[in-house]
Design a protein around this ligand. Sequence first.
Ligand SMILES: [Zn+2]
Length: 127
Amino acid sequence: MLVFGKHDAKQCNARSKRSGVQCKKAACKGRDKCKFHGGKSTGPRTQAGRQRISEANWIHGRRSAEGQLKATQDAARIREMADALHVLGALNTDEKFRGRWPKCYEPVQDLEGVERLVQKLVIREGE
Ligand SMILES: [Zn+2]
């Protein structure tokens, strides 16, 4: 869009909460928003400010590094336990798990493997 009929600028991409109509002002230089919709903001500067914003945007933590690591470990444990049930003859199905193997998955193929898995689970219980 043209500002004052001669300067080329992007249009602010903010949308009205009520009507859904896009803002008609020009965006700040190098930004997507006008000054009324945060185009002048430089974001949180201090450690405390960043922390506050992070906490305000935190929803459940399932996508955080810790949450994803825990999900991967749990998926690996479930597959290892299913392997152990196969080895012990308690699970008589050829059905396979779908998708890729979790990163920390260690296949359980014999009784020694079952023993190792049990020890690993007991250690995790004790944590
Ligand atoms: Zn705007």
